[in-house]
Design a protein around this ligand. Structure first.
Ligand SMILES: C[C@H](O)[C@H](O)[C@H]1CNC2=NC(N)=NC(=O)C2=N1
Length: 191
């Protein structure tokens, strides 16, 4: 399966939290490539006066293993270029040859509630911007694998089929993982 790239959202708008369909389309190939959903904390700015409230938030995470510190730093430079192009800024860190990336959207459009007066301007969560960022980064990483400068993650079970339940916000999707995606499946034309 060749992954597709979520469309770019308009700048300075609050994108909606991901839908079930977006998750199924875009998160499944990312999961097979080594991404996962983890929990962190974000800030919720109330619409009226008041202090920001800390809330739990789902984010997308991945650890990339390169063959050397030099390759890891090169990869971080590529990552930074994608950040600038996408105007999206994940948290990342380097541990010698490993680059960890965590991404979520600070300002997503909140879903409608029955009490519009208590509706915050924006909420943190996973949006198509995160799926798009991760897909582009994953595609870039393929060139490091092809050049022999990176290590492919060991995803899923060896041989057998494995279903993994994944929860994002209120959504739950089963993801079928049958070992790592092949290199060919990520020959993306868009980067
Ligand atoms: C205006 C500008 O595009 C926004 O502030 C961007 C900057 N980078 C960002 N990065 C991340 N990870 N989430 C955001 O919501 C975000 N917002």
């Amino acid at each position: 399966m060749i992954p597709t790239l979520p469309p770019r959202t308009a700048a300075k708008t609050y994108p909606p939290l991901v839908s079930q369909t977006e998750l199924e389309t875009y998160l499944t190939p990312l999961y097979r490539a080594g991404w996962w959903i983890s929990e962190t904390h974000g800030h919720l700015k109330p619409s009226k006066e008041g202090n920001p409230v800390t809330v739990p938030v789902s984010q997308m995470s991945r650890q990339y293993e390169l063959k050397s510190f030099k390759s890891a730093i090169q990869f971080v430079n590529d990552l930074a270029a994608i950040c600038a192009e996408e105007r999206h800024h994940p948290i990342f860190s380097v541990d010698f040859n490993k680059v960890s990336v965590h991404v979520f959207t600070h300002t997503a459009h909140p879903p409608p509630t029955s009490k519009p007066t208590s509706q915050p301007h924006s909420i943190p969560g996973i949006t198509s911007r995160d799926l798009r960022f991760a897909t582009r980064l994953e595609s870039r990483f393929r060139s490091y694998l092809e050049a022999g400068n990176a290590v492919q993650p060991d995803v899923g079970s060896k041989g057998g089929e494995m279903w993994q339940p994944v929860s994002v916000h209120e959504l739950h999707i089963p993801i079928r993982i049958e070992g790592s995606e092949t290199l060919e499946a990520w020959q993306c034309p868009y980067i």
